[in-house]
Design a protein around this ligand. Structure first.
Ligand code: 3PG
Length: 311
């Protein structure tokens, strides 16, 4: 006997939830590994412009090999696609390098606490640059987000201005990246995976000359030799892991963006930050004062209230 339409619908809804749940869990797990290894590398080798470039280079190479070997179907794209991708890539590059610079200066948990304030940037950009208006509850939810981030920043034991500003710039840049990329993906036949692959390649082209100008091969080689002699081959392994996992977590997040609304995406992103904050505090034994933790908790609660208010 064939199942009733209602039962079939419930079954397909359940299958979709399992799929999205799997995407989210994979995304968070990959992101935690990236953050831990990225910080391990930055502790020994404080060249965030190079490590950001290596992450993009590694992802670009992985995707070129996947296309050449037909593991992934290469996208059918034209010059128009690359032109539309350009602003997304500029924003992605700025957001990525700024977050990495931030993490080279402060604890991973602090960068992610400030990055949990991203919805506040989203509202401010949408309100003042795009002229969008929101219900009062959305504006009210910004109070705990901004207040919580502010409290966490003021009570941070190892506060550093570059670290703080890096995370703030990353927030602003990623708001633009998300606005532009959702627009760019709409109605296009390019999958989330291939869209992110092209984004990595274009960002790599944009970032490389700046990385050379800001840090440069001279510093990179000297620092590399020092790190290898101090840590041994383990250091090279950590660089490889942070680069591969950077690509993988972003790829999975773009694959899930294909399936869900930007709102669900941002809730998932905040929950991801909780796992990063907690695991990095445990692994790096980051000192936290109760008032500092309270600030982080208020900010994260604010992000949830924001998503409820927006829904
Ligand atoms: C980066 O290096 O791009 C940042 O760590 C990214 O941060 P997010 O993907 O967690 O916003």
């Amino acid at each position: 006997k064939s199942p009733s339409p209602a039962a079939a619908e419930a079954k397909s809804e359940a299958a979709k939830n399992v799929k999205i749940g799997t995407y989210f869990a994979t995304w968070w797990a990959l992101n935690v590994v990236f953050n831990i290894y990225n910080k391990k590398v930055l502790n020994a080798y404080p060249y965030p412009w190079l490590t950001s470039t290596l992450s993009l280079a590694c992802g670009s190479l992985m995707m070129l090999v996947s296309w050449a070997t037909k593991i992934a179907e290469p996208p059918k794209i034209d010059l128009e696609f690359w032109k539309a991708l350009f602003p997304v890539a500029v924003a992605h590059t700025i957001g990525h390098v700024a977050a990495t610079v931030s993490m080279s200066k402060v604890a991973v948990s602090f960068t992610h606490i400030i990055k949990s304030g991203e919805p506040a940037f989203s509202v401010i950009v949408s309100r003042f640059l795009l002229g969008e208006t929101f219900p009062p509850a959305v504006y009210l939810s910004l109070v705990p987000i901004i207040g919580g981030c502010g409290l966490a920043a003021l009570t941070e034991l190892n506060f550093n201005m570059t670290g703080f500003m890096g995370a703030m710039i990353s927030n602003l840049a990623f708001v633009f990246r998300n606005i532009f990329s959702k627009k760019g993906m709409k109605g296009k036949s390019v999958s989330g995976m291939n869209y992110y692959a092209c984004l990595s390649m274009l960002s790599l082209l944009i970032l490389t000359p700046f990385a050379i100008a800001v840090e440069g091969p001279h510093m990179w080689v000297a620092g590399w030799k020092e790190a290898v002699s101090e840590i041994g081959p383990q250091f090279i392994w950590s660089v490889a892991v942070q680069s591969i996992f950077y690509h993988l977590y972003n790829q999975v997040s773009y694959m899930s963006l294909d399936e869900i609304s930007p709102l669900t995406f941002s809730v998932g992103n905040t929950m991801k930050r909780i796992s990063v904050i907690v695991s990095s505090i445990i692994i790096f034994r980051t000192p936290v004062q109760p008032i500092n933790a309270l600030g982080a908790a208020i900010a994260i609660l604010g992000t949830f209230l924001y998503s409820q208010a927006k829904a």
